[in-house]
Design a protein around this ligand. Structure first.
Ligand code: F6R
Length: 588
């Protein structure tokens, strides 16, 4: 959600900033802008829509060696040139990722001091405050430090002060920011993919730290403005991992990586049918809460059912935006598990912090290394999905499901179940290589669809339905198969597409009777199951390989992802960057 890239160095800044911003497109945005120094004058260019629109207004050959750029995902005020970043007040120009919760209060205070605001954004109070303090102190670092004390919310900031034309300043609280350098100079960025073309070494700025960056020097200050040294991290993946490599879309490429992602995640925690030291000892936990958002929450639902069923441990699942504000009941053996691909989701992070404040142990299941959630949890278990660029999560979902399944086995102390994972990658490949276009054909012209299933299959219905909604903009509802007749079945009419999912032997006949109910009312039914079936109650059938129940969800999700992809393609949607969505949701 919003992306920041800055560069100061010996190479021309605009190509590097624009190239970096393109790598951050996946985070979601609706306008973009840059501020740069040319002949010692600060220039600002902004445009609504894609980065390519901004590019048309810029000359990449411009002699500029210092600049900051931004992709904005609108929160306060519509996507417009005026609301786009960078925002400038007096000496200060700022790009911001995050939300300033007390901006109205700050705005009123500054207006009383005579500051005139141009935009509807929360961000504009930041350069205004910086300028306000700079007028008093004439010291840039002190002004940043005083401003930090006034801001409530989450922010990563790239700052230029026109009284210091050699440096970019950067700071953060809540939202992520990294600093990297190559032979030519320094970068700031919201995420690692933006700098991988140049280097794989980076520094993570911690909360309230301030960086002062020139083309040759980086100084980092703590809250008290004392200089500190920081460890340089190395990005372990290849830079190719963030590229399309011949695929038409990142979503398709990432789904096709699922066999490897499964193996990498499994092998990181298991060897020779035993857990490695990478899997912590969790014996003492007898009560589990799982907290997450969106697809990660659906993984949580799968995990909770597996933990309850196999480990016999009560497991409560809640969406993070609810969990963080409600009364939660813990005991001394409670473990709070948070799941997040990005590791930066604001509600999930706050839920984690809330549990910690209440003295409860936390475990994070995260993809992005060294992200905020990964760093703050007591135990951090990484999934090995690699960079996920498409906004709609796919391979991370499969990796998280794999890891939650392993966690259930660990908690159940049932090492015998690890045997069933052998060769699962081959079944994944079989599913990846099926033709899903024919299924998509039946769906893509409709505006309403239903997914029905029971138990874990219902959690998969939720995920299949979300994938379809977000990528193809088809309204879709997931329902517990048995609940349909308590109201929702009135929506079924002639031709309404329904995907019925049934993969649990004992529940298959139950779900089939619900499928018959919708079929009798005219629905077009696609039956997704793991048993051959010759019934006359569906229009089409998709049979997935039969494996042990505990690992079936890892397979079931694959056709759902690929059907959503094919439907979105037939509807000519912007598959990797669906409208209004952001990859990393750093606001609540
Ligand atoms: C859907 C999707 C979202 C995320 C949710 C949580 O395809 O990607 O629903 O699952 O925003 O994000 P993370 O996992 O980064 O916390």
């Amino acid at each position: 959600m919003c992306g920041i890239v800055g560069y100061v160095g010996k190479e021309k800044a605009l190509p590097r900033i624009l190239n970096g911003l393109k790598f951050l497109e996946y985070r979601g945005y609706d306008s973009a802008g840059v501020a740069y120094l040319e002949n010692n004058n600060l220039k600002i260019t902004k445009e609504v829509g894609r980065i390519s629109n901004l590019e048309k207004l810029l000359d990449e050959k411009t002699e500029t060696y210092l600049g900051i750029g931004h992709t904005r995902w609108a929160t306060h005020g519509i996507p417009s040139k005026i609301n786009s970043h960078p925002h400038q007040v007096g000496q200060f120009t700022v790009v911001h990722n995050g939300i300033i919760e007390n901006y109205l209060e700050l705005k009123t205070k500054l207006q009383k001091e005579g500051v005139k605001f141009q935009s509807e954004t929360d961000t504009e109070v930041i350069p205004a405050l910086l300028n306000y303090y700079y007028n008093q102190t004439k010291n840039i670092l002190e002004s940043i430090s005083l401003t930090l004390k006034e801001l409530h919310g989450s922010f990563a900031l790239g700052i230029i002060c026109e009284d210091d034309k050699e440096h970019i300043y950067a700071t953060r609280f809540g939202s992520p920011l990294i600093i990297a350098h190559d032979k030519s100079g320094y970068f700031i960025s919201s995420d690692v993919p933006a700098i991988l073309e140049y280097t794989n070494k980076y520094i993570l700025l911690d909360e309230n730290e301030i960086a002062k960056i020139s083309s040759t020097d980086l100084t980092i200050y703590n809250e008290k403005l004392q200089t500190i040294t920081k460890e340089e991290l190395t990005y372990e993946g290849s830079k190719e991992a963030a590229k399309l490599n011949g695929y038409e879309h990142y979503m398709l490429k990432e789904i096709h990586e699922e066999d490897t992602v499964f193996l990498d995640t499994y092998n990181y925690y298991v060897a020779d049918n035993k857990f490695k030291d990478t899997m912590p000892n969790l014996k003492k936990y007898q009560n589990i809460h799982i907290v997450a958002c969106g697809s990660a929450y659906y993984v949580g639902q799968i995990g909770a059912k597996l933990i309850a069923e196999y480990a016999n441990i009560p497991c409560y699942v809640e969406v993070a935006s609810e969990y963080r504000y409600q009364k939660n009941f813990y005991d001394k053996n409670t473990l709070v598990i948070v799941i997040s691909q990005s590791g930066e989701t604001a509600d999930t992070l706050s839920s984690l912090r809330k549990a910690k404040e209440d003295g409860i142990d936390t475990l994070a299941i995260v993809n992005v290394v060294a992200s905020s959630i990964a760093r703050e949890a007591k135990y951090t278990l990484y999934v090995k999905a690699g960079p996920e660029i498409a906004v709609a999560t796919t391979k991370a979902f499969l990796a998280q499901t794999t890891l939650l399944t392993l966690l259930a086995i660990k908690l159940a102390n049932r090492l015998d179940l690890l045997e069933y994972f052998k060769g699962l990658e081959d079944y994944i490949r079989i599913l990846l290589n099926k033709d899903y276009q024919k299924y998509a054909q039946a769906f893509y012209k409709h505006n309403d669809t239903f997914f029905i299933g029971r138990g874990i299959d219902y959690a998969l219905c939720l995920e299949g339905s979300l994938k379809l909604k977000e990528t193809s903009y088809i309204n879709s509802v997931a329902f517990q198969a048995g609940e349909l007749k308590h109201g929702t079945i009135s929506l079924i009419e002639e031709g309404t597409p329904v995907i019925g999912i049934a993969t649990r032997k004992e529940l298959i006949p139950k779900t089939i009777s619900n499928i018959k109910e919708v079929k009798a009312r005219g629905a077009y039914v696609l039956f997704l199951t793991n048993e051959e079936d010759n019934g006359d109650y569906y229009d089409d059938i998709l049979v997935i390989p039969q494996v042990h129940d505990i690992i079936t969800p890892i397979l079931t999700v694959i056709p759902l992802q690929l059907i959503a992809y094919e439907v979105a393609k037939l509807r000519k949607c912007d598959i990797d960057k669906p409208r209004n969505l952001a990859k990393s949701v750093t606001v609540e």
